[in-house]
Design a protein around this ligand. Structure first.
Ligand code: SAM
Length: 237
């Protein structure tokens, strides 16, 4: 269950538009997450108002920071219960959306629920560092996003290999974004990225949020991404 009034208030304020069918699907998606949450740990946030602010509105806010053209290939890395990816697909069903996570059970939940809503995202059950090496995923996406997956520096190594040259990586971050970004500057450059801006937002009920927009300006060297143990042990500095 979502707080429809709070969502409508946000839509009006942000200038985003969603039709009644999309709002209904968001509500049904939230209901499915709440139901599954009884038997599987999908989210600690269960109160409808908080769920609406921190999962639904926060996910939608990506649309205010990054352009998502019809037919664009979009990837959500470490999607978990489907945030922001499933919310984006419900809001913009004309995108070609892929959802990647290393946890099969979460992806099984998403696949089943998406189908019940008439949606069929591509589901990728792999670690980001593995998928990023594979020709079918490497440098194939117009927009790659991730929320609550890793620090910005390691996230660049996970995500930038998926982005086409000319495409965008949009990292959804909290209040600490500037500090994370400072630490990620070398990684960003080395992996073919360039900062194009940070969109700072204040979301009622979710606090300060920052969306870091990275343009992919050159191809990522084939040695990246490295295996996760190496990323952890020897981060790009
Ligand atoms: N993005 C969702 C959100 O904001 O609600 C989920 C966040 S959850 C804290 C992090 C998710 O990232 C988990 O589902 C985990 O399985 C996934 N994850 C972490 N590292 C990953 C990696 N290297 N490759 C693929 N998935 C990863």
């Amino acid at each position: 269950m979502i707080d429809v009034k709070a969502l409508e208030k946000y839509l009006e304020k942000s200038g985003l538009s969603l039709d009644a069918a999309a709002i209904d699907k968001l509500d049904r998606y939230a209901g499915a997450v709440a139901e599954k949450n009884k038997v599987m740990n999908l989210t600690a946030i269960t109160e409808p108002g908080e769920f609406t602010a921190k999962h639904i509105i926060d996910s939608l806010s990506l649309l205010t920071a990054a352009e998502v053209k019809p037919g664009a290939k979009v990837l959500d890395v470490g999607t978990g219960a489907g945030f922001p990816g499933m919310v984006l697909l419900i809001a913009r069903p004309e995108t070609e959306l892929s959802l990647l996570d290393s946890t099969r059970k979460k992806l099984d939940f998403i696949r089943e629920t998406a189908l019940s809503l008439g949606l069929s995202p591509e589901i990728i059950h792999l670690r980001a560092e593995e998928a990023g090496k594979m020709p079918e995923y490497r440098e194939k996406f117009d927009l790659v996003t991730a929320r609550a997956v890793s620090n910005m520096r390691d996230l660049c190594e996970y995500c930038l290999p998926f982005v086409k040259v000319g495409g965008v990586f949009a990292a959804m971050k909290g209040a600490n974004a500037e500090a994370e970004l400072a630490e990620a500057e070398t990684a960003l450059r080395l992996l073919g990225g360039r900062i194009s801006g940070i969109k700072s937002l204040e979301i009622e009920g979710a606090g300060e949020r920052n969306i870091i927009i990275v343009e992919k300006i050159s191809r990522t060297a084939t040695k990246y991404p490295r295996p996760s143990a190496q990323i952890a042990k020897n981060p790009i500095k």
